[in-house]
Design a protein. Structure first.
Length: 149
């Protein structure tokens, strides 16, 4: 009887080991592709000399049709609310607003746009950050994006 239990235990251990080894196959087919990110540098664009705002604009791929646009400012006027947009063309052309972004508050803005990451990093455009909603003509920082980089 002692040998029976010993044999049964070894058999169970062997079955368990075989099951575990078989279930540890290559799971690469279930992996989610790495999401991509691109950072652009915002340069000071204030010709009034009131500010020296710089920073970054980061495009982060969310999925096949959405991208998160994050703006981080340095030296932004305290307490300011700064409208931000992606415009058509190069930053020297005064292009039309293509995408309105969330206002920059406390030096940060996070927006999700319904454009793929590839569309945005190849877009013929630029990002403007404005002094305020009342002073849209005063651009405090900007950068070319996509095909204008």
């Amino acid at each position: 009887m002692k040998n029976y239990w010993k044999t049964a235990m070894w058999s169970m251990a062997l079955i368990l080991f075989t099951f575990m080894a078989a279930s540890c196959g290559d799971d690469d087919e279930d992996e989610v592709p790495a999401l991509r990110s691109k950072v652009y540098t915002l340069a000071s664009a204030d010709t009034t000399g009131l500010t020296n705002v710089t920073g970054t604009v980061t495009f982060d791929e969310v999925d096949a049709s959405k991208t998160t646009v994050t703006i981080d400012l340095v030296n932004a006027p305290a307490g300011g609310v700064h409208p931000a947009h992606i415009h058509d063309g190069e930053k020297t052309t005064n292009g039309q607003v293509a995408f309105a972004l969330t206002d920059v508050v406390n030096s940060k803005s996070v927006s999700t746009v319904t454009q793929s990451y590839d569309q945005l990093i190849n877009y013929d455009g630029y990002v403007n950050v404005h002094l305020s909603a009342d002073s849209l003509d005063v651009i405090i920082a900007n950068t070319n994006i996509g095909s204008n980089e």
